[in-house]
Design a binder for this molecule. Sequence first.
Ligand SMILES: Cc1cc2nc3c(=O)[nH]c(=O)nc-3n(C[C@H](O)[C@H](O)[C@H](O)COP(=O)(O)O)c2cc1C
Length: 345
Amino acid sequence: MTDLRIPPERKAHSAYHPVKIGQLTLPGNLFLAPVAGYSDRAFRSLCISCGANFTFTEMVSSEALTRGSGKTAEIMQRADNEEAYAVQLFGGDPARMREAAMMVVEKTHAECIDINAGCPVPKIIKTGAGSALTRDTDRLYAILSSVILAVAPTPVTVKIRSGWDETHLTWKEAAQAALSAGVSAITLHPRTRAQGYEGNARLELITELTALVHQANPSVSVFASGDLFTPENAKSLLDSSQCDGVMFARGAIGNPFIFTQTKEFLTTGAYSEISVEERMQAGWKELSDLVLDFGEVSACRIMRKRFSAYSRGITGGGALRAAIVSASSVQDYRKIFKSYGFPSD
Ligand SMILES: Cc1cc2nc3c(=O)[nH]c(=O)nc-3n(C[C@H](O)[C@H](O)[C@H](O)COP(=O)(O)O)c2cc1C
């Protein structure tokens, strides 16, 4: 049975503190999670300017990368203010993953390679990748050990789920395989593959994983992802589990200020509100950076759902959301925002 007591050398930590991922030392422990369709360069850059201490790209296909697909290069690009970041890879074939990881390091000089062992999408699981790896621990071990060997000294981390379904909770076996392979950090999203993104994340599993990992190897960090929508959520999880860091995913979409507020909350016990103007201006910055990377047409399409997120919970937000579904140029957005009395650049 796992001993849940906190090792004495870790007790003195305040909730906000530096974190090590192998050779890499990060100034704080608030991260942007990999989120497909969102964690592109524009959004990662915005999150860093709001205080994110580390960022993960959305998952990159090892197959597409090694076969030379142009889109993967876009996903992996480093933002100007991104001093350190992780590129996340997915795939089910150890040799292909090894080759892809070497290409990532060569092309991007990413400070960390993260391996996706949590994606619940059937098309991905069918290839032995994503959350299939949380239950196929032999394959997980093979992938991790070959990637680690290939990219050393670049640290390799893994993001797992709690298991396949409620009757197959395999996170412990997956964590043990990852430790044996020599990962520098393990992130747990404590939902099963069957849950997808529904239901509550079982955050108590983070406490168990933290104790297990820190007892086995205190130099391996544990990160948590799941249902972190407020600074209070993050503090409560850091305090109760003693994990080393937390990742915001859906909680950061349309709200990159969650990093600013959480750092403030962890260090002072209070945090400032963000005005509607500040939120919308962040959205405009995201749009202008997306235009640079993807061109105006694609950027404006991508930004519809993102501006919808920025307008959540604000007076007049519903009408704005209804109007922007047809916005297809920056000029369209300007007109719509102006007509509803919101900042228009
Ligand atoms: C739209 C969407 C895309 C995601 N894409 C990825 C991904 O590419 N890689 C990954 O490891 N996790 C991915 N996740 C999972 C998140 O990183 C995170 O673990 C999960 O959403 C739980 O955190 P939350 O409840 O705070 O959102 C994705 C989640 C969502 C909602």
